[in-house]
Write a protein that binds this ligand. Structure first.
Ligand SMILES: *[C@@H]1O[C@H](CO)[C@@H](O)[C@H](O)[C@H]1NC(C)=O
Ligand SMILES: *[C@@H]1O[C@H](CO)[C@@H](O)[C@H](O)[C@H]1NC(C)=O
Length: 227
């Protein structure tokens, strides 16, 4: 199996610095993944997963929902996410490393919403998978190069990566492919890259790509893309 996937997102309009509000805070200062723990949200956006769905997301990727102790161990080495997610046993919370007015009530530690009695509530998920490869995440930087895990080596089988790209209102996203080589089959069912222009699975679908032909540039109509 062959595979390299490599492309960059450029801002259509780079005016103004990105201001984090209570969105997911991912930047280079804090880790997006630590001690095997990582954050996941539904492809349809923030706070859309029931407990059963959150559990399924982690298990689909070969892990399970993180325990409070695993989340705290990750937090201690810099894992900071401003979005509440399901943990094991139906607990909900999020890890805060740096106190801020916008998130975590100005405190550091795990912001703990406790064990939820209503498992139909919708939150994000905190997964634990010590063997998982760095893959996917939420990106808000003005320019970013995405690589398949292990690039320039071949990617591994049975991996699913979701990259969410969000920019400010009024900005657009340009995807520019630098290198692309994904196992080819007639319907792109084995390995593929899918691009979405919004979080809508149907109307936001831009295309599915495989093979080794470099896709044309893709420019979003709005301020987010999902890959
Ligand atoms: C549980 O949460 C869901 C989603 O927030 C809500 O629709 C439902 O009414 C809640 N059920 C109970 C018993 O509170
Ligand atoms: C993206 O645009 C929508 C409106 O289309 C807006 O509500 C949202 O705040 C924008 N996101 C950011 C991060 O500016």
């Amino acid at each position: 199996m062959i595979a390299l996937l490599f492309f960059s997102a450029l801002l259509w309009d780079e005016a103004g610095a990105w201001g984090f509000k209570d969105g997911v805070l991912h930047n280079s200062i804090w880790l997006e993944r630590a001690a095997g723990v990582y954050h996941r949200e539904a492809r349809s956006g923030k706070y859309r997963l029931t407990f059963a769905e959150a559990k399924a997301v982690c298990e689909y990727e070969g892990g399970h929902l993180a325990t409070y102790q695993q989340l705290e161990a990750a937090r201690k080495i810099g894992f900071h996410v401003c979005a509440a997610g399901w943990m094991a046993k139906g607990r909900v919370g999020y890890p805060i490393v740096k106190a801020g007015a916008n998130c975590g009530f100005g405190k550091t530690g795990i912001v703990d919403y406790g064990i939820r009695l209503n498992r139909s509530e919708r939150w994000d998920a905190y997964c634990y998978n010590p063997n998982g490869k760095e893959c996917g995440g939420v990106f808000t930087d003005s320019r970013h190069v995405f690589k398949s895990p292990g690039y320039p080596g071949e990617y591994e089988n049975e991996q699913v990566c979701y990259w969410h790209i969000r920019v400010r209102f009024g900005q657009r996203i340009q995807l520019h492919f630098l290198e692309f080589d994904v196992e080819e089959d007639p319907a792109c069912l084995a390995d593929f890259l899918e691009v979405y222009d919004s979080y809508d699975d149907v109307s936001g679908f831009v295309g599915r790509f495989c093979g080794d032909e470099l896709p044309d540039d893709i420019i979003s109509t709005g301020n987010l893309s999902a890959l």
